[in-house]
Design a protein around this ligand. Sequence first.
Ligand code: EUG
Length: 610
Amino acid sequence: MASTQQASELPDTPTLPNTHSGIPTRLLDKARRAKTLIWQGRSVPASQIPRTEPALPQGVSRTTFNTAIVELTQQLGAANVELNDKPAVDNGWYMEHPNTHDMMHVTDEDALVASAAVYPSSTAEVQLIVRWANQYRIPIFPISMGRNLGYGGAAPRVRGSVVVDLGKRMSNILNIDPDDYTCLLEPGVSFYALYEAIKAKGYDHMWVDTPDLGGGSVIGNTLDRGVGYTPYGDHWATHAGLEVVLPTGEIIRTGMGALPGSNTWQAFPYGFGPVQDGLFSQSNFGIVTKMGMTLMPNPGGHESFMYAFERDSDLAPLIEIIRPLRICNVLENVAQVRSAVQTIAVQGRPRTDFFTGSGAIPQEVIDKEVSKLPCGKCAWLYYGMSYGPAYIRQYKLDAIDKEFRKIPGARKVDPQTIPRDNYFWSRDQIAAGVPDLEELLWCNWVPNGSHIAFSPVSPIRGKDAKQLMELARRRHTEHKIDLFPAFCVGLREMHLIVEIVFDKTKPEARKAAMDCMRGMVDDAAKLGYGEYRTHLALMDQVAGTYNWNDNALMKLNERLKDALDPQGILAPGKSGIWPKRYRARGWEMGVGDEGVEGKGVEPEAGSVRL
Ligand code: EUG
């Protein structure tokens, strides 16, 4: 181990409520363990950028940039404008990550980096920043908390953008309504923070729909159309009302919030007229500064269950069994169907504990290791939960059991036989609305482990599951990468999440991960599958697959971009949407592209009056 800091002397993770992005004290032990394992798995100091000057965005001279920064510093205060001009000494980890780049960079570490980070304290200061960006034509990139790991983290798409870190000083829970089961949030409120606030108020009748990891911003995750594992599941579908700063500085409120003094902003998501909320999801059309969210009623009981399936070929019939049960809500939450290898990896142990050869880990090794776990020898595991009082749960669990056992050898694993430190209990917490910290343990599979997600949407059909698995396996074998698949089953589709785990310090490992991703995206598109979300470096390619009728959708997106953001300052390139000044200059990243930048912007920066 060549880390400069020994794992045994690591400082503790910052906690809530001392830090808006901190860990709840109830999870401090898990954080200590996770952090220690990461430091043990490091082979070199985590970051090697010897920076002395900020990376500037193309088209902005250092003189213009410096003038602009001095002006912004005068307006926001010196503590709230931070230049990225120091050598980066540590990439941190999930709970203590940089806000200037992607700590899990799949490009060169220095490719997708910010020139500065700024910290607004209010919607008015966000307006001020947007107007400043327009005046100097400096690209800005808003983040809520920057924990979009696997999809780019805190990194901007355009090198040298100024990251607007909304969460640091805008982390208030503006309202929790115990009668309507709603809340109103700022960007810096994590799932952890929302959950703890609800508990602190004694509101045990309300649940938060919780994703795999609880450190992310509720607003950020929802705008990216993230997934939770209670019956609510689809975060975007359960939000109600946005406040947005447009790229030219105006503020709007969507839904009922457009009516001054409205009393139903969080109760009815639509208001009157066109529903504009979609403009601000996975887009670069505005900066969301407030969002309403609905909360789930406590169902009055819950019970996790896990089934193990022996053969790889059980996947297709299992998915066929799941579809009708899920659509009619007997299977009530977004369950995960996970592979045995991920269950081995989520113990947090390195791959070399099991296998020291090269190439993908052999099936015999997987079989041997999974046999030692509570699930026993299996190829697939179903993690689900049943909700409600015991007599209601029993009816559903019996129906599920009868159906699942149609697959020969299917086994229900008795929770009472599963040790408390097993990952099963983490899924149990998450599906019961209690945000946890365990999912990223599989990053320790390789030294300096990082991940990037391939996330295609699929029908809930056996033949599709099989086809996607074959496609992913082919590309993983080609690039000698272990395959970590999990199917997250929604109501009428499923998100297959294939996590590629790679050593971010090895250029050849990053290239293999990118080549594998690019291959899978193209293969999937040919078969009719598209991704629900993707990493910054793949946004152009994925957007390019949604090209029906001669790219009609992107043409609309570009018209909207030109109308709403004429100077092209807001998150250029996000979701493949490039402002006019950047177009036809090679900014798009695709197959075979090494660099992330294009050739300049038109016109160059200069002081512009709106
Ligand atoms: C996961 C799930 C996701 C996602 C990224 C990761 C979980 C991995 C359902 O969405 O986008 C095990």
